[in-house]
Ligand binder design. Structure first.
Ligand SMILES: NC(=O)C[C@H](N)C(=O)O
Length: 321
């Protein structure tokens, strides 16, 4: 018998649609009645840890989930399933991936259609997530996201469509597994990466997106405000418009860590160009190039690094490894 802890956190998977089409919180959790569909060899323990639409979730709720999973690791559970709103699901998945050492499977799932909508995907994804979490193969793959018969690494998965049930994709690398009608099939192994152990999520790390004609004012404002770190979604391979460089340099020289990812949805940021604002001068100036993460995930990575009290040098290593 396998034992899986389910943590409901809210989102569309826990919502219902009204007659006028508006989707909102449900009085009682729609997945409550689903026990008959769970495989006989799995014992499920259900907790509603909170009930929030995922745009309301902050690193504080993510930390709460981390602590509950750490406790579950001492309570003989084989895995944990977290049901979550899809808007920020990838951020919670990534936070859990890098903020503690996992000994059991951790799987996140959600729904794009609420419980009483035609073609609702919540119950299906929920059962598939439980099957995945109870499978021995899921233990050493980092935090997983199961949606629409696919298994994605929490580290790289992202929501790509506003409403389609086929919204979660892993650009560049693809899903790491699938769920067939009969089994959980992994197609790839996630390369192990080191997680830090944190007990707090304090500090302000700001995310900015670069654009043609970007205004230096954004960096001047950040220099005057009390921020603890900045992540930039830069252009292409990792470049910025020249007019922001002086202000950016002043920000870095004032001791604020600055990291960069690409705003492109595929590929990784690297220092390739040597013109003003190009990646080579940016790296020499002290900008930390992050490999393959989206901006929101790189922002969480810096927040975790700061809360692990890494030195400047250690934070640089953590952000660029
Ligand atoms: N499909 C969803 O779950 C979207 C919803 N707005 C949420 O993230 O809570």
């Amino acid at each position: 018998m396998k034992k899986v802890l389910v943590l409901h956190t809210g989102g569309t998977i826990s919502m219902t649609q009204e007659k006028d089409g508006a989707v909102g919180l449900s009085a009682s959790h729609p997945l409550k009645e689903s026990m008959d569909l769970i495989p006989d060899n799995v014992e499920v323990v259900v907790e509603e840890i909170f009930n929030l639409p995922s745009p309301h979730i902050t690193p504080k709720e993510m930390l709460l989930l981390k602590k509950r999973i750490e406790k579950a690791q001492t309570q003989n559970f084989d895995g944990v399933v977290i049901t979550h709103g899809t808007d920020t699901l990838e951020e919670t998945a990534y936070f859990l991936d890098i903020s503690f050492k996992k000994e059991i499977a951790v799987v996140l799932t959600g729904a794009m259609r609420s419980s009483n909508e035609l073609g609702s995907d919540g119950l299906y994804n929920y059962v598939q997530a439980i099957i995945t979490a109870s499978d021995d193969k899921s233990k050493d793959q980092g935090v997983l996201v199961v949606m629409n018969d696919e298994i994605h690494a929490g580290r790289f998965v992202t929501k790509t469509h506003t409403t389609s049930v086929d919204t979660f994709r892993t650009p560049t690398f693809g899903p790491i597994g699938i769920l067939s009608k009969r089994q959980v099939i992994f197609l790839k192994e996630v390369v192990e990466h080191h997680a830090l152990n944190i007990e707090s999520v304090d500090g302000k790390v700001i995310l900015l997106k670069a654009y043609a004609g970007m205004d230096a004012m954004l960096f001047d404002v950040l220099k005057e405000s009390r921020v603890d770190g900045v992540v930039i979604e830069a252009l292409g391979a990792g470049n910025l418009p020249p007019q922001v460089i002086t202000s950016l340099k002043e920000l870095i020289d004032s001791g604020i860590p600055v990291s960069l990812v690409s705003r492109c949805s595929n590929g990784i940021a690297e220092d390739i160009y040597d013109y003003e604002g190009g990646g080579i001068p940016l790296r020499k100036m002290g900008v930390m190039f992050v490999k393959g993460l989206t901006g929101p995930k790189a922002r969480l990575r810096m927040l975790v690094g700061i809360n692990a009290r890494l030195s400047h040098h250690e934070l640089r290593q953590f952000m660029t490894e």
